[in-house]
Write a protein that binds this ligand. Structure first.
Ligand code: FPP
Length: 238
């Protein structure tokens, strides 16, 4: 083993919750004359390595956008491919469990194939005692759709309109039991939120980069967090 074993990176101010839009898989594949499926497979590998690294540096929450409510518009072959990557991942979550990583899913899971729903249930249950990083995978997730679901639940509860507060909304979102993201990372050169955590990100900081998701490495997460460390979050104050 090298005498110069790499030191674990420490930060003055690690965000509590980082959310990532894993974008650029298709372009990564195209650049290599590979099918889009190869880009998603590479993106899945990057997800696993970034989650492991985030756990190592002591991050508490990581939320990744795996499939949006709009992604159903893609060709069936591509949708099936992403779902199969997810299946493969869910069949092999032991390594995450061994690393003390908790796995949770957010989104409207009701429309997913039965076997995926079962695998999700099992992965969530198997990792429910983990005390390290909590990874939330956003699947069939859309921020507006999430708010519609929340409003339906609130109306069904029979609460009086004047009793509804911002907390009432937050408590009825898929993310009701986790803090809002402090920091949102979007690689691949796009500068938009794409319906991701739109309620929760009201006061988040953002980091954009041209790196395509499959090329995103721990060092890029370090760079992003270092940048976050230089931000001055005022939450509307001075
Ligand atoms: C966006 O890139 C990526 C997606 C819509 C799918 C993301 C899915 C994965 C990374 C696999 C998830 C797997 C696990 C285990 C969480 P794009 O296809 O829009 O890329 P492009 O904009 O370059 O075409």
């Amino acid at each position: 083993m090298s005498l110069f074993k790499k030191q674990k990176k420490t930060f003055d101010n690690l965000p509590t919750h980082i959310a990532i839009i894993m974008d650029g898989n298709g372009r990564w594949a195209k650049k290599r004359s590979l099918p889009r499926s190869a880009g998603h497979a590479a993106g899945s590998k990057t997800f696993k390595s970034i989650a492991r690294y985030a756990n190592k540096i002591g991050l508490k929450y990581l939320t990744v956008y795996a499939f949006s409510t709009e992604n159903w518009k893609r060709p069936k072959e591509e949708v099936d491919n992403i779902m199969n990557i997810l299946r493969d991942y869910l069949l092999d979550t032991d390594s995450f469990k061994n690393e003390n990583i908790m796995l949770r899913f957010i989104g409207d899971l009701t429309v997913l194939d039965e076997d995926i729903k079962e695998l999700i249930k099992k992965a969530e249950k198997d990792s429910s005692e983990a005390t390290g990083l909590r990874v939330n995978i956003a699947l069939n997730y859309g921020g507006r759709d999430e708010i519609v679901h929340a409003v339906r639940r609130i109306v069904e509860s029979g609460i009086k309109p004047e009793k509804i507060t911002e907390d009432t909304i937050s408590e009825n979102l898929y993310t009701h039991d986790i803090p809002d993201p402090d920091f949102i990372i979007r690689p691949s050169g796009e500068y938009r939120l794409s319906n991701y955590l739109i309620w929760q990100s009201a006061y988040a900081e953002y980091w954009f980069s041209d790196i395509l998701w499959p090329d995103f490495k721990p060092k890029h997460l370090d760079m992003a967090i270092e940048d976050y460390n230089n931000r001055n979050r005022r939450y509307g104050g001075i």
